[in-house]
Design a protein around this ligand. Structure first.
Ligand code: ARG
Length: 288
């Protein structure tokens, strides 16, 4: 028994059921959904025929932003641009690791202008180490940092050649993962980072080879049910203790609690109409 274990007054050993979780303050970039709408369809969730409620989208988004602020995080905002209804999904704007900015290059023409918009904002904030990318990649939608390594998705949006481009520029090992289900078109819709060495994911969203890679890297990961994945439960943000995720992903809430995390349910139904939720709205500015 390690000497760090707590000894109760009675002299018996007490081992907490789950590790104590420690939150660390994060710097986040968000984009108010002022021009949010579903006017085109580039993923199976988007149906331009269905009505969206912009005022409700803004209120729900403000709820998420206020949660971050209440938890002590720093939230920066980039001005939304007219004609870019998906710009609210800040996660796609870039990948920022150790203060280095690997820019995004979008797959679809409808979102192309977002790449330079985010890069200019970041350059304006003083980031000097900035790479305007050669290959298509959709930022933190497909690049997720786990401690000192990066998981990178491909299959629908991000060109696998960008994985090597990112590895070379960011100087961290990048592991490629192939997505196979169009409902989970970005890595951050099928996998969430919980701590420096823990993730949760939906296995069926990945190719058999990538499922084997994930099992090898994270043998005790939380595995999501099809139901929790379908309500975007994996599109989550963790500060190491609090995990913000869609309220409807009740199975994941219970699994997270059992591991000592504090799940916080968020309602972002309007943004789900574009195929996005908590994590999509959040770009983490990982400075050195
Ligand atoms: N409508 C957007 C698209 O299809 C949603 C992006 C969601 N963002 C994300 N990080 N998964 O590109």
């Amino acid at each position: 028994m390690p000497i760090t274990d707590t000894i109760t007054p009675a002299g018996t050993y007490y081992r907490p059921a789950a590790p104590a979780r420690v939150a660390t303050r994060r710097r986040l970039l968000m984009c108010r959904p002022r021009h949010y709408d579903v006017t085109y369809s580039i993923n199976p969730w988007m149906n331009p025929q269905l009505a969206t409620d912009n005022a409700l989208a803004v209120r729900q988004w403000e709820g998420l932003r206020d949660l971050y602020l209440d938890l002590g995080h720093v939230v920066e905002e980039i001005d939304p641009l007219d004609g870019l209804p998906d710009m609210v999904f800040a996660a796609n704007g870039a990948t920022v690791v150790d203060g280095r900015v690997y820019g995004a290059r979008f797959r679809h023409a409808e979102r192309t202008a977002e790449g330079p918009a985010y890069l200019r904002w970041l350059e304006g904030r003083g980031y000097k180490d900035v790479l305007w990318p050669e290959y298509v990649n959709e930022g933190e939608g497909d690049f997720l940092t786990v401690g000192r390594r990066i998981l990178a998705g491909t299959g629908f949006r991000t060109d696998p050649r960008s994985h090597l481009e990112a590895q070379e520029f960011l100087g961290l090992p990048v592991t490629s993962l192939t997505l196979v289900n169009p409902d989970y078109y970005h890595l951050d819709t099928a996998l969430a980072v919980l701590s420096d060495d823990e993730v949760m994911y939906y296995p069926a969203a990945f190719s058999p080879g990538s499922q084997a890679v994930l099992r090898a890297m994270f043998p005790s990961a939380i595995l999501a049910s099809a139901e929790d994945a379908a309500v975007f439960g994996l599109n989550a943000f963790s500060d190491g203790r609090h995990v913000l995720l869609p309220a409807a992903a009740t199975g994941l809430h219970a699994q997270l609690r059992a591991r000592g995390f504090e799940p916080v349910g968020v309602e972002l139904s309007e943004l789900l109409k574009a195929g996005g939720s908590v994590k999509c709205c959040t770009l983490e500015l990982r400075d050195r």
